[in-house]
Structure formats: structure tokens, C-alpha cells
Design a protein around this ligand. Sequence first.
Ligand code: 13P
Ligand code: ZN
Length: 287
Amino acid sequence: MNVPRIAGHDAIKMTTSTPTFLHDIVKTSRDMWSKGWAEANAGNISLRLTPEIVEANTAFFRTSEWVALQRSVPSLGGEVFLVTGTGRYLRNVELFPEKNVGVIEIDDAGKTYRVLWGYKPAGAPTSELGPHLGVHAVRKAKSDNAERAVIHTHAPNIVALSNALDLDTRILTRLLWRIHAECIVVFPEGVEFIPWLLPGSVDIAEATARALEKRRVAVWQFHGILAAGRNLDAAFGLIDTVEKAAAIYVRAVAAGGVKNQLSVAQLRDLAARFHVQPDETILGEST
Ligand code: 13P
Ligand code: ZN
């Protein structure tokens, strides 16, 4: 039988030759958009690729000029990252991955990077590359090489709390822990609150990297949230949990105020039941 060429033919060909490193980032980008966290070009994602994934996809790679990093990351020398592009919309990642996402390689000294794939026809990694790489360096060391994903996004309820309340790390973490039972189990080490710093600056890269020595999630005042995890689902799940607790708080306030919440004793019971060790400087003695 004479099978006519159909419009879908090229699309099918494209799918079978899609680099395998794209699967997770496409899903995560879609989820971030669906959650309402990623208006316009808001938010960015990075994933430290395993040597196996890099090896399996070298046929897709090209070489390009080395570009200086804003802040050197010696412990990431030789690592390869999948990173969303600056100015790109996460909602478009699944439509045009090769335009909206790229793969970069860090040189052995951790001072420069070059593009191996993507950012077509022209582009560059996110303007938040500094915080992303700073956090990767810290979390790689802290997790014995296990944590590979970093997500930053503009989750609205957590940003609203940074507008409505006077926060610090202790106040914010206790507020979240006490409003919903899941929180102390998911982030027993707490959420770091980072007062306003310029997006994409060396200052925000250094402050965030310092914060993630102790925790896996930080809130940037008036701006958004950043989390690290062993994969994109883990980093996404952390942000989702923080954002959901913030939303519950906002709803409780809208419904008349927070009259009842978990006590310190109840939080201690939860921590014991789920075998997590909360940051005692935050949990404290008082109810
Ligand atoms: P990019 O488009 O450079 O990733 O910036 C988005 C953003 O959220 C900056 O904080
Ligand atoms: Zn941002």
C-alpha cells in the first residue's frame, strides 16, 4: 500500500532523536507553569548531568567559545549541566526545548563555561547561573554527590508572605511548620530567609550558597524561592510544600486569622514519628 507522507512524520522523527536528558526538565517546566509559578520568563532550572547521561548524548553536542563565570566554582570543574535559558519562558520548553534550554560544560578549573547544546539560534544560560552553580557546589559536597537539581521560581504565596510580614529564618520556618503537619517532615532543617538582594548578583549567589550549607531551600524576599534536591522532582516537591503551606497560611488569615496551629510539642511528636531531626535553634523551647 502506498502510505502518504503525513504532517506528523517529521515530528515523529524528531521525537525519536530527542536527547534523553530532556525528559525530566520538560515535565518540571510544564508543572511550574501549571502551578502559576512561572509568568513570562520567571524561574529557572538546572540539573547536573550524570557521566552516563553525558556519555549517552555526546552525539548531540557541539563545541563553542569558553565564557567567564561571574564567580568561580572549582569543585564543579568538568561538570556538565542542563540549564534553562535567560529570558526564555518555561511554558515553551516542551514546544522548543533546543531554543529554551541548553547544556553547558564547566572547565576543569571551574572558571569558565561553554555551550554544548541548545540556546538556539542564539542565547545564554539563565541570569541566575551564579546562584544555581553556587548551590550546586555546596549541595554536591553536602550530599556526597547525590543532589543534582536546583530550581528557582516565583511562587506567589511565599512571595506574598515576604511582603506582608516581618520575616527572618526562624519566624518563617516556624510559621510554615506550625500551619501544616507535612512541613517539619519535609524540611526539618528549615527554610532560610534571605533579605532583598539583586537578582543575578554575586551577593545573592554567595548568600544563597551559604544558606544551603545548612538547608535545601531559601526564600528570596520580594522575589521567589530556590531549592535543591537529588533530582528535579525532589527540588520541585520542596518548593511545592513550602508554597502550599504559605497558601494555607494566607487562606487562614483571609478566613479570619490563625487561631489554632501545631504546638512545639506536637511538632516534636511529628519529628519523632517520622524520624527527622528539626533544627533546634528554630524549634526552640517555647510553645
Ligand atoms: P532568567 O530569564 O534569566 O532565567 O531570569 C528569570 C528570573 O526568575 C530571574 O530571577
Ligand atoms: Zn526570579
